[in-house]
Design a protein around this ligand. Structure first.
Ligand code: HEC
Ligand code: HEC
Length: 345
């Protein structure tokens, strides 16, 4: 197929319309053939658009995707593949392997064959570094292909919060595996696996807590299967949130609710210009996951200085902080719930 850029196409069309004076019938046919590749040669700007997808189908694709692309690539591939199947162009421009190719390769593995997809680097919390889990990372990337960025900022923090609070793998995933309803030809494990929430979006914490509770090693088949199910679960939630956004009921489907503790900390520790009141940090992660009694905030003498060199460790004593945090938590959660937060850039 000849690939044309827009300028070539216009030139070609001009020539053809000249020719049309002579033989209209044949020209029409030529035009039709030339138009298809010309229209597909250039990718339109993002976002590429969204139509409601079936979360259960995407859950199954995510699980399958993990078997060849692990968490980051798997979640990305699952959502993009469902969009490609449903919407077609421009998603067809993404050179992604098909579901059939995946199943075929898992059935009869071809020696030395690799499928590389975008977001695959998300594996093991970014190239095995143990930071952000690839499942929300890959999903968030797919969401950014499909939706306007304001919507991305409304959806992704909810997906992250879902990740912190859900006891993975979900009942649905465990049930699909036990009943062999996923798309893989052969399971790493089809047992119902232990379900545990990690209170964290970090791969390191998510895998570590699960391994500790289940007794399976991080290199076990069961741990790998658990992460395949997590990939499906997170991709399914991403699609559930996008569907809700499309219908305009995101706040009903998944209200953004920080823990009471985190909301409390954020009354002072949010992104802002008042250094002295604690605005030298940012973020929504579950604070208590790290700042527990071993990382005692406000108990020891603080080493932090303001930009002017003044010691700010004297006024914010633990008791004061506790009281203010309680009152502030409510207000913060209300703000976040409305999708308005001060950490958006
Ligand atoms: C009432 C405002 C306020 C609240 C609420 C608050 N902080 Fe702070 N925090 C400060 C200020 C001001 C400082 C810098 C001075 C200091 O250390 O007291 C600080 C310092 C810190 C520090 C660095 C110094 C240290 O003491 O270790 C950590 C860590 C910290 N806060 C964590 C938290 C966490 C976690 C929460 C929620 C559980 C929280 N803070 C709630 C105001 C607050
Ligand atoms: C993944 C672990 C983790 C989470 C979750 C976390 N923190 Fe921290 N935080 C740290 C580490 C590590 C430091 C650096 C500690 C040090 O230097 O002693 C830190 C430092 C801080 C400081 C001191 C300023 C600084 O940069 O050294 C504040 C204040 C703070 N965190 C508040 C929070 C708040 C509020 C939350 C929740 C919104 C939170 N943290 C979530 C790990 C975490």
């Amino acid at each position: 197929m000849k690939r044309l850029n827009r300028r070539d196409f216009i030139k070609g069309a001009a020539v053809l319309s000249g020719a049309a004076i002579c033989g209209a019938g044949t020209v029409k046919q030529v035009m039709a053939e030339e138009t298809a590749p010309a229209a597909q040669a250039e990718a339109p700007p993002f976002p590429w658009g969204y139509q409601e997808l079936d979360p259960e189908y995407v859950r199954k694709l995510g699980h399958l995707g993990y078997y060849l692309e692990e968490c980051g690539g798997g979640a990305f591939w699952a959502i993009m593949t469902a969009l490609k199947e449903k919407i077609g162009y421009p998603y067809t421009l993404m050179p992604l392997p098909t579901k059939e190719q995946f199943v075929e390769h898992l059935t009869n593995p071809e020696e030395g064959k690799h499928f590389q997809v975008p977001m695959q680097y998300g594996v093991g919390g970014v190239a095995n570094f143990g930071s952000l889990c690839g499942a929300p990372n890959g999903s968030a990337s797919a969401i950014t292909f499909a939706m306007p960025f304001n919507d991305v900022l409304d959806i992704v923090p909810r997906l992250m919060r879902y990740y912190e609070t859900e006891a993975f793998p979900t009942d649905k995933s465990n049930k699909y595996a036990a009943g062999h309803e996923f798309l893989v030809p052969k399971y790493k494990s089809d047992k119902a696996l232990l379900q545990s929430p990690s209170d964290s979006v970090l791969c390191h914490v998510s895998v570590g807590k699960w391994c500790e509770k289940s007794g399976y090693a991080s290199g076990s088949k069961e741990r790998s299967e658990r992460c395949a199910r997590v990939t499906g679960d997170v991709a399914a939630m991403a699609v559930t949130l996008m569907n809700a956004k499309l219908r305009g009921d995101l706040d009903t489907v998944f209200p953004m609710q920080l823990s009471h503790d985190t909301a409390g900390c954020r009354t002072c520790h949010s992104k802002g210009e008042k250094y002295e009141s604690g605005q030298f940090t940012r973020g929504f992660m579950e604070c208590g996951n790290c700042h527990d009694d071993k990382m005692e905030p406000h108990k020891g003498h603080n080493k932090l200085k303001t930009a002017y060199g003044a010691d700010v460790g004297t006024w914010a004593g633990a008791a004061v902080v506790g009281t203010i945090a309680g009152i502030g938590a409510h207000a913060v959660n209300k703000r976040v719930g409305r999708g308005k937060n001060d950490d958006e850039e």
